[in-house]
Design a protein around this ligand. Sequence first.
Ligand SMILES: [Zn+2]
Length: 314
Amino acid sequence: MLVKPFAPSSLTKGLQALVTRLQPTHPQYQSLQQELKIKEAGDFGEQYVMKELQQIALLNDCYIFHNVILPSVIPMQIDILLIVPNAIILLEIKNIRGTVHFKSDPRQLIRTSESGEVHVFTHPEIQLEQYIQGMRHFLHTQHISIPIYGAVVFPFNNVNIHREDGRLPILMAKELPIFLHQHIEKNKETVTMTAIKNLILSHLRDKTPFPLCQYYQIDDSALRRGVYCENCAEFGMEKLKIGWHCQMCQHRCRDAHIQALKDYYMLIGETITNRECRDFLMIGSEHIAKRILQKLQLPRSGSNKYSSYKLSGL
Ligand SMILES: [Zn+2]
């Protein structure tokens, strides 16, 4: 039973906006583009495993969550969490291509890509152990005691895995039905399951690294301004009486400013003033900017020209 469906991570969406708006000549452009690719691949892998899990009949009466962040003294961001009759199962998804070596002393994950490029990642076991501990602590504060299992899952067969030794299982997605079969005891009462599901739902947190210019220490003057044309991928759509017009390709779009304001929120700041809006969307008129912001019915603080509008609800 799907409780919290797949959604792309907020960092992926923010990085997409950042890479689109950052000048390609910026010194951080290439590394951010690389980071975006890794994040997108990660999301794709998580989405795939979520789909696979939903097809496993054994999980019909279990609860499936994507991306779980809970308050705990030990930080945790669990890719996939399953509540089954006698246990909680945490899955850490790794969509990495090429050849990977799990080194055990010290624990590191080293990936060599097809082109020979070497990349070092945090060993997923370290993350998973931390999440299991965090989860145990969270449940302990709620006076619940239940076994917690974890596994690292590689979604696709595009990886050649070498492992020295390890404490937690590393699986391919296709092995999940067998793994779950070994960890799910049938015919157990499910009252605790529902209680744990409700507990997790009522404690879910959201974590965003916004604004990304601050997170990556990029001066926001390095960003391209204007409203983006989704048809020709250029900035600088012009405001019409109704909607926006692209002079490059003649495309028209009614709500193109919404993405631009979301970009502002993810990259620059949580609130925007009329002046900042005119500057970022490249609008000449104070009156038009005011109309755009008021029409979105955003929570507002301050009065007259010092008003600032809260963008987080977009
Ligand atoms: Zn265009």
